[in-house]
Design a protein around this ligand. Structure first.
Ligand SMILES: O=C(O)CCC(=O)C(=O)O
Ligand SMILES: [Fe+2]
Length: 267
């Protein structure tokens, strides 16, 4: 009997260690930007396919979004969210948008403790931009265009990983006018709670996340929460429900959440 208990304990500990060691895979996308051989691309696609089945999440480096632009957007975002509330509310959403484009703060009763600035594609009549910092709008618009390009590449990779007919996802997603981008600031945790965004799955195809060094994004795998460790310059790719359904559940739309740290905002 003693042995049986030991055996059981051993399995429990082993699986805990395995979970703690789980790392969301990082893939180098540079082969897709140059004339690399098909075998190099295939290797990258195999890892992406496996990450999509196992986690529904992966990270990418050499993704084509300029690193200088990413850090500039992050800095400007911190400057904007550091402005007084009255200033920020000058960019509150206008009427009629399907999502609140412009600046919003979660209401006090919400379990999610964050504020955000949401935008649709550059040129959308719904967009509302702050005038301060002055370069913010231009940088956000550039980021948007850069992410849209990366979105096309990732769509084509996922398309091939799933063995869908050529250009299936491109045609399926031909209307890009409802793509949106959000700059978020999560407030520091308090003594009693640390929820930034409650556990959820994204309902779209693909989400890209740039998180600062504070981190806090966690992905659920087999009931365990795996932190997505922030690495400078890398981007997180998160598959949503549409891909899970189109893949017949082969690829996951994983539950994820953001936990806040004490004493620091997270962007
Ligand atoms: O801020 C993050 O890391 C993730 C945000 C998120 O999950 C979402 O906006 O759907
Ligand atoms: Fe999400």
């Amino acid at each position: 009997m003693g042995q049986k208990v030991n055996g059981k304990d051993h399995i429990t500990i082993a699986s805990r260690v395995e979970m703690a060691n789980s790392i969301i895979p990082t893939i180098d996308l540079s082969p897709f930007f140059k004339d690399a051989g098909d075998d190099v691309k295939k290797k990258a696609m195999d890892i992406i396919g496996q990450a999509c089945s196992e986690y529904g999440f992966f990270q990418v480096v050499n993704h084509g979004v300029p690193l200088g632009l990413m850090s500039q957007a992050m800095e400007l975002s911190k400057t904007f969210f550091g402005c007084p509330g009255l200033e920020k509310f000058k960019s509150s959403p206008g009427p009629g948008a399907p999502l609140p484009a412009g600046y919003s703060k979660q209401p006090d009763h919400s379990a999610d403790k964050n504020e955000y600035l949401l935008m649709f594609p550059p040129g959308s009549s719904f967009n509302v931009f702050p005038s301060d910092p002055p370069e913010f709008r231009e940088v956000l618009e550039e980021m948007f265009i850069s992410f849209a390009k990366l979105g096309q590449l990732v769509d084509s990779i996922i398309n091939e990983c799933l063995g869908l007919p050529p250009n299936f996802l491109k045609e399926y997603n031909h209307d890009r006018s409802w793509d949106f981008m959000v700059a978020l600031r999560y407030f520091p945790a308090t003594e009693t709670e640390n929820n930034g965004i409650s556990e959820h799955e994204d309902g779209n195809c693909i989400t890209f996340v740039v998180q600062d060094e504070v981190g806090g994004l966690e992905v659920c795998k087999n009931g365990e929460w795996i932190p997505v460790i922030p690495t400078e310059g890398s981007l997180v790719v998160n598959l949503g429900d549409v891909i899970q359904v189109l893949s017949n559940n082969k690829f996951k739309s994983a539950s994820h959440r953001v936990v806040r740290q004490k004493g620091r905002s997270r962007y």
